[in-house]
Design a protein around this ligand. Structure first.
Ligand code: C2E
Ligand code: CA
Ligand code: CA
Ligand code: CA
Length: 271
C-alpha cells in the first residue's frame, strides 16, 4: 500500500511537472509572438441601427501560431494577464489597430478591448496618448472597451485613468454589460459613453426573460442618455427587434463576422 501511495505521488508530480513545462513554453511562445509580429488583428464592423450604416470596427486579436494555426483570444489573453505580457500585448494591439484605422474614413470609430490588468499600469493613459500621437489617429474616434472588473472595489486609481482617457477625448465603453456582479452600481460611478449589452442576452432574445432584461437595460441607459450597442446579433429577427427596442448600434455574425483589415477596406469601398 505504501508503494502504491508513492507511485500515485510520483504520477501526480509528473503531471504537475508536465503542466508547468507546457505553461512555461506557452508563455515563452506568446512573448515571442508579441515581439515578432506573431499576433494579428481582425476587425468586426459595428453598424448604426437606424440606417444600417457601418460606423466603426472592433479590433479583435488573434495569435498566428506556427503549429496551432490562428488561436482565439480566449485561449491566450488569460495567460497574458497572468504572466504580465498583457501590457506589451495591449500596446501592440492599440498601435496596430490605430495604424490601420488611420486609413478609414472620418466617421469610422475604432473600438479596442483593454484588460483590467492593463489598468495596474498608472501610465496607461500616457501610453495611449503616445500611441495616438505616433499613429495620428484622433482620440475622438477611439473607443476603449472595458469590463466592470476595472471598477471593482471602487478603485480610485482606475477611475483616475478612465478620467484621463476621457479628458483626452477617448470614449469609454462598458463591455459585456449585464453579466457582472453589480453592473448597475458602475453606471453611477463613471460616465460611460456607451454600453454594450452582453451577447448572452441577445442570444436568448427569443425568450421573454432575456427580452425583459434587454428592455430594462436599454430603458435605463436611455434615461441616462447613454447609447447601447447589441453585440452577437445572429438573426434577422434579433436585429429588427433590437432596432425596435432602441439599440443605437448593432454588431454580430448576422451583419458581419470579424475579418482581416482587407475585408474592412473592401466593405468601405463597396458602400
Ligand atoms: P468581446 O470583447 O466580448 O468580443 C466579442 C466576441 O464575440 C469576439 O470573439 C467576436 O468574434 C464574438 N462575436 C461577435 N459577433 C458574434 C456573434 O454574432 N455570435 C457569436 N457567437 N460570437 C460573436 P473573439 O474575437 O474570440 O474574442 C473573445 C474575447 O477576447 C473578447 O470578447 C475580448 O474579451 C477578448 N479580446 C479580444 N481581443 C482582445 C484584445 O485585443 N485585448 C484584450 N484585452 N482582450 C481581447
Ligand atoms: Ca469588446
Ligand atoms: Ca462584449
Ligand atoms: Ca466577452
Amino acid at each position: 500500500a505504501k508503494n502504491r501511495g508513492r507511485n500515485k505521488f510520483q504520477a501526480f508530480t509528473a503531471e504537475l511537472y508536465d503542466e508547468l513545462q507546457s505553461r512555461v513554453r506557452n508563455e515563452r511562445e506568446l512573448r515571442n509572438a508579441i515581439a515578432t509580429e506573431g499576433l494579428l488583428l481582425h476587425f468586426q464592423p459595428m453598424y448604426r441601427a437606424a440606417d444600417n450604416a457601418i460606423c466603426g470596427c472592433e479590433a479583435l486579436v488573434r495569435w498566428r501560431h506556427p503549429g496551432r494555426g490562428l488561436v482565439a483570444p480566449d485561449e491566450f489573453i488569460g495567460l497574458a494577464e497572468e504572466c504580465g505580457a498583457i501590457h506589451e500585448l495591449g500596446e501592440w494591439v492599440l498601435r496596430a489597430a490605430c495604424r490601420e484605422a488611420a486609413a478609414w474614413p472620418g466617421q469610422m470609430k475604432l473600438a479596442v478591448n483593454v484588460s483590467p490588468v492593463q489598468f495596474r499600469d498608472p501610465k496607461l493613459a500616457l501610453r495611449v496618448a503616445s500611441v495616438l500621437a505616433e499613429t495620428g489617429f484622433p482620440a475622438q474616434r477611439l473607443e476603449i472597451e472595458i469590463t466592470e472588473n476595472v471598477l471593482l472595489n471602487n478603485d480610485s486609481a482606475n477611475k483616475k485613468i478612465l478620467a484621463a482617457l476621457s479628458a483626452m477625448g477617448c470614449s469609454v465603453v462598458l463591455d459585456d454589460f449585464g453579466v457582472g456582479y453589480s453592473s448597475l452600481g458602475y453606471l453611477g460611478s463613471f460616465n460611460f459613453q456607451k454600453i454594450k449589452i452582453d451577447r448572452s442576452f441577445i442570444n436568448d432574445s427569443s425568450t421573454k426573460r432575456a427580452r425583459g432584461i434587454i428592455q430594462a437595460i436599454t430603458g435605463l441607459a436611455r434615461s441616462m442618455d447613454i447609447p447601447t450597442t447589441a453585440e452577437g446579433v445572429e438573426t434577422a429577427e434579433q436585429l429588427s427587434w433590437l432596432r425596435e427596442v432602441g439599440c443605437a448600434e448593432v454588431q454580430g455574425f448576422f451583419l458581419a463576422r470579424p475579418g482581416p483589415a482587407d475585408m474592412i477596406h473592401a466593405l468601405l469601398n463597396a458602400s
